[in-house]
Design a protein around this ligand. Sequence first.
Ligand SMILES: [Zn+2]
Ligand SMILES: [Zn+2]
Length: 281
Amino acid sequence: MRDDLLGAHVSTSGGVEKAPERGFEIGCNAIQIFSKNQRMWKSKPYIEGTDRKFRENCKKYRIKKVIIHTSYLLNLATIDPIKREKTISGLIDEFERGDYLDIPYLVIHPGSAIDTTEERGLFEIAKNVNTILKKKRYKIRLLFETTAGQGNNLGYKFEHLFYLLKNIKNDNIGICLDTCHTFVSGYDIRTKKTYERTIFAFDEIVGLKNLFAIHLNDSRAKLGSRIDRHENIGEGYIGKEAFSFIVNDERLKNIPMILETPNGDEWYKKSLRLLRGMKNG
Ligand SMILES: [Zn+2]
Ligand SMILES: [Zn+2]
């Protein structure tokens, strides 16, 4: 198998230590997982020895990078004190689980300004993350994901991400770019020219040095629609060519690229083969 960092989001059913084998079976060199049930506030702690088994399996199944995607319930942008407290303790739990498993990246959607303005929401996100990271130094790096901007979700403009990087007083943070989300929020990548323009804008505003992970998803919705519907690679409005620019981009060489496309393992396998086939040399 090629020496790349391509992979997919895989299930942890039956235990987190089962994920590396699932990744291996569909051709992943990198995987993304949930650290716990992503739709529940509370989850049991890992049973003893899970960390050792998980690391052994990553080695055995040659998984070189792992990413945790945080729970969908978290909302760092809320001004509601109860929701804020739940989010903070939920996120601390994700940090702890990540460090326990020795995972390098923790991806989070910045937050939703459902009960406030965008400006205040961004301010709250930075403040809440500062609160968490001031109390303890974690090994895992927190990555804010670019979002589709559906509803009141923040993070659909590169400027939002710049604001967070600037206002969080910690260097152990960064960005995860999702190709479907950036596309529907208005950043075109379908031609060489538009791709270069988007990467240039990202580098100017956010900085490529802050990019640590990529979600490779095609889109079922149009450019600028702000509708978050993932599609299999080459089957959506983005189309195959954009993905060939990404997998061949020298600037993105050491960045894990994770599929979050629908329809399960057969499509994951097919998409990973397609992406590897696009690689020059
Ligand atoms: Zn994503
Ligand atoms: Zn999405």
